[in-house]
Design a binder for this molecule. Structure first.
Ligand SMILES: [Zn+2]
Length: 366
């Protein structure tokens, strides 16, 4: 018989007419050596069969450990390796459900394993448990997955994880670049919430002030604790992971990625499409945040830039291997990426002259 929780998991959420259904994680565990907590959580949710989504590297890093942990407790466990964040990869797991009927999907990894895991969980109405191995983006606790398409990526509403187990020992072993990218993804909220309010005023889109404030607070929390972040120690990782989780929860409350994704994200998605060597999502969003704040006349662009430099984040495109031309091109096409997402770029986008001037005056290009 289908468990009660599983049925609950099939419920839609977000804004439906005058009804607003919020779904956020129930259990969040952040700390050192916390992977073993999975057993208690699995037990409390009456989970008997599990599908693990791992990557080549995260299989060794934590996947095998989790598999052994569960099997020792008599939980049937299957593991699939995710090659790329695509629907085809998610189909592998969805097909497995017919034979194997798992109760929960546990995503172990950085971006793609969590994204694909969320899609499988949604389609099979299973529970999703997030076990992040990097702190590079705010998808750790959000109900959204980013999948790759023929041209770039697109964001998909899935389900929020019922539990997030963030092991700081594991997360802190990831390259420094991932840590900084995570900071960039949260800092993006400062621009994203302004785009959201703008869309509300211009297009009448739903705007949730509480969710917007929570998203903004997640970013302010990082700025306030820049001295901790610059130390790059366990406390720094913990501070970032908490901000990423609260940022993801803001999206669960909003029922959309609006609190964490505005024009700066459109710029990053545009770069993913056109750059020869795109940088990490959060690194690109950080550049986008500086430029979009400047474009909308928000004087905080300078403060954000100084903050990013203080924590060692590149604020020049070429430091990330992105050319000046690619920056300008991405700025001018960003509004076409998701036309329904109204931002400071408006319906017509940014002119070439504006793009050049803004990139130059903010120092993103030389
Ligand atoms: Zn993002």
């Amino acid at each position: 018989m289908e468990s009660l929780l599983k049925r609950l998991n099939g419920l839609p959420f977000g804004l439906m007419g005058n009804k607003h259904i919020i779904r956020i994680p129930s259990i969040v565990v952040v700390g050192q050596e916390v992977l073993d907590n999975l057993i208690e959580i699995i037990d409390s949710l009456s989970i008997r069969k599990v599908l693990l989504t791992v990557g080549k590297f995260t299989r060794k890093l934590a996947g095998e450990y989790v598999k052994n942990l569960l099997e020792r407790k008599g939980i049937k466990t299957k593991m699939i390796e995710v090659l790329e964040p695509s629907l085809q990869n998610a189909m592998k797991g969805i097909k497995l459900y017919d034979k194997y009927n798992f109760d929960a999907v546990i995503g172990v990894g950085g971006g793609k394993n969590l994204d694909v895991g969320k899609v499988i969980a949604k389609e099979t109405k299973s529970l999703f448990i997030s076990v992040p191995t990097t702190a590079s983006h705010d998808g750790i606790a959000s109900p959204f997955a980013s999948l790759r398409e023929r041209r770039g990526r697109h964001s998909l509403q899935t389900i929020p994880p019922i539990a997030v187990i963030a092991d700081i020992d594991i997360i802190s072993k990831a390259p420094k670049r991932f840590f900084r990218a995570g900071i960039g993804d949260v800092i993006a909220n400062i621009n994203a919430v302004q785009d959201w309010l703008l869309a509300h005023r211009v297009k009448g889109e739903y705007y949730g002030e509480y969710a917007a404030n929570l998203a903004r607070m997640s970013a302010e929390h990082l700025i306030k604790n820049e001295h901790i972040l610059s130390r790059y120690d366990l406390e720094a990782f913990r501070t970032l992971v908490e901000a990423l989780i609260s940022s993801g929860i803001a999206m669960g409350i909003a029922g959309s990625s609006r609190p964490g994704s505005g024009a700066e994200h459109l710029f990053s998605h545009a770069l993913d499409r056109i750059a020869i060597h795109p940088a990490l999502h959060g690194e690109q969003c950080a550049l986008g945040t500086i430029m979009m704040l400047y474009y909308r006349g928000d004087e905080r662009w300078m403060e954000i830039k100084e903050f990013l430099e203080y924590i060692g984040m590149p604020t020049k495109a070429r430091e990330l291997g992105i050319s000046n031309d690619e920056v300008i091109k991405a700025l001018t096409i960003a509004h076409k990426i998701r036309p329904e997402r109204y931002t400071i770029l408006g319906s017509n986008g940014m002119s070439f002259d504006d793009a050049y001037r803004i990139a130059k005056e903010t120092g993103v290009i030389d």
